[in-house]
Design a protein around this ligand. Structure first.
Ligand code: ADP
Ligand code: ASP
Ligand code: MG
Length: 417
């Protein structure tokens, strides 16, 4: 089978949904699982609703209606009849979401987040499914939560591979066309869980792994994986081939074009991943597969904004040794900080972290009990893989570098902006 993933940008408006059909017409309708993300920037819009709901404990009518109008408008452009079943289905999802808000007693942000944010994917995949139905394309819409089983780490759930494998083997049969949601799964109590922002790529990889798929294609608004984010760098170049190892490194350092967890399951079964343009589906795009590390072999630039640089030193000038450092890491784990870079000397320890779960204040308080702590928020972490003199000089120009770390293949800079 083949697994396709269409992200937010590829279903952001009516024309994009029609384009999904065009891509399928080119590539064939059979033997596929199609994974769909929330439309456009809808996950961000849901995050606003969730924050407002949790702070007021009321239904945030205004921001909720922004989301509802967006989907209904889009559906009106795809379906001529107001009586089309899609409208009742969309309304039913909003009733379910509103009911959840009315009856929910939990104040646990991560739990509430997952129970609400999943509607982005549920509605999006339903609209695409109803549109395919209207066009006479036979397929099954399946609820990913019945297939992807996870633990209960809401917002960052870990897959229970054994159960997931069993559900997928029983429920997904070769030859057919399936449509499902990215990003979402469910735990042992059948509460919704999510796999982390941008997690739909990972969903595609999970289905691919469990089905021993022939390939995965992630359809994007870019020609493939470039050597730099086209939003931030001029003249980025397309990478034609990347090995799994290199792609894992790029994703790990923050190349947001592929979700970092996506590659491991694919590598284990040597399932190739293609990143292709949904506007030019005939173009080759980028292949991530076994083989040469990088073609062409050029420096690759990765930027992560909004990071935090924390500097720690011992209160009594004693050395920063294994014991201290292991205690520090326990705290990073406790507060769900993703560590991007580490640098230590005899009496100090600097670390760049991603404050994804907004636990910085609590972490700093905790650290202050034992260390002298300084921190700077909003720093940028630049990484160049396969750097050379020119690429490094170009990047360093006009920047205030706070920390620099050079290894054989990779240079990392932390800068103020
Ligand atoms: P999706 O629609 O699948 O959610 P995303 O918006 O998450 O897609 O990812 C596509 C975007 O990733 C591109 O529009 C591009 O701006 C950005 N991007 C960041 N780094 C890269 C890179 N190295 N190569 C290509 N695109 C990149
Ligand atoms: N909709 C989710 C997000 O925006 C998951 C995804 O798009 O991959 O993060
Ligand atoms: Mg995305």
């Amino acid at each position: 089978m083949e697994i396709f993933k269409f992200g937010g940008a590829s279903v952001k408006d009516a024309a994009s949904v029609k384009n999904v059909l065009r891509v399928l017409q080119k590539t064939g309708f059979q033997d596929k699982v199609i994974v769909i993300s929330a439309m456009g920037k809808m996950t961000n819009a849901f995050e606003i609703v969730i924050a407002e709901y949790l702070s007021s404990r009321d239904i945030p009518g205004k921001s909720l209606s922004v989301i509802k109008e967006y989907h209904l408008d889009l559906a009106h452009q795809l379906f001529e009849s107001n009586q089309a079943p899609v409208f009742e289905k969309i309304n039913a999802f909003f009733r379910e979401l509103t009911n959840f808000m009315k009856h929910n007693k939990s104040v646990q942000y991560d739990f509430v987040y997952d129970q609400m944010v999943c509607f982005g994917e549920l509605i999006s995949s339903t609209i695409v499914s109803e549109y395919l139905k209207l066009q006479g394309i036979e397929h099954s819409w399946i609820d990913a939560r019945q297939f992807i089983k996870t633990d209960s780490t809401y917002r960052d759930a870990r897959v229970n591979w054994e159960e997931t494998q069993e559900k997928i083997t029983h429920g997904v049969k070769p030859g057919k066309l399936y449509l499902t949601q990215g990003f979402i799964g469910s735990d042992a109590n059948n509460f919704t869980t999510t796999l982390g922002r941008e997690g739909s790529d990972y969903t595609a990889a999970i289905f691919a792994y469990c089905l021993n798929a022939e390939k995965v294609i992630i359809w994007k608004d870019v020609p493939g994986v470039m050597n730099a984010d086209p939003r931030m760098f001029e003249n980025p170049q397309l990478l034609n081939q990347i090995s799994y190892e290199e792609a894992i490194e790029l994703a790990f350092y923050g190349a947001s074009v592929i979700h970092p967890k996506t590659l491991q399951p694919l590598q284990r079964k040597e399932i190739p991943l293609f990143v292709k343009s949904f506007l030019n589906p005939g173009d080759a795009g980028t292949a991530v597969s076994k083989g040469q590390s990088l073609i062409p072999e050029i420096p690759c630039f990765i930027v992560k904004k909004g990071q935090v640089l924390i500097s720690l030193s011992s209160l009594d000038f004693s050395f920063m040794v294994e014991e201290n450092i292991s205690d520090i890491f326990k705290l990073f784990h406790l507060y769900q900080m993703k560590v991007d870079l580490i640098q230590n000397s005899a009496i100090s320890f600097a670390v760049c972290v991603d404050n994804r779960f907004n636990n910085l204040e609590r972490l700093i308080q905790h650290l202050k009990a034992r260390f002298k702590v300084e921190f700077i928020t909003g720093v940028c972490l630049y990484t160049i893989r396969h750097f050379d003199d020119l690429s490094l000089k170009t990047l360093e120009k006009d920047k205030e570098v706070l920390l620099k770390q050079v290894t054989q293949n990779t240079v990392q800079l932390i800068t103020r902006t």
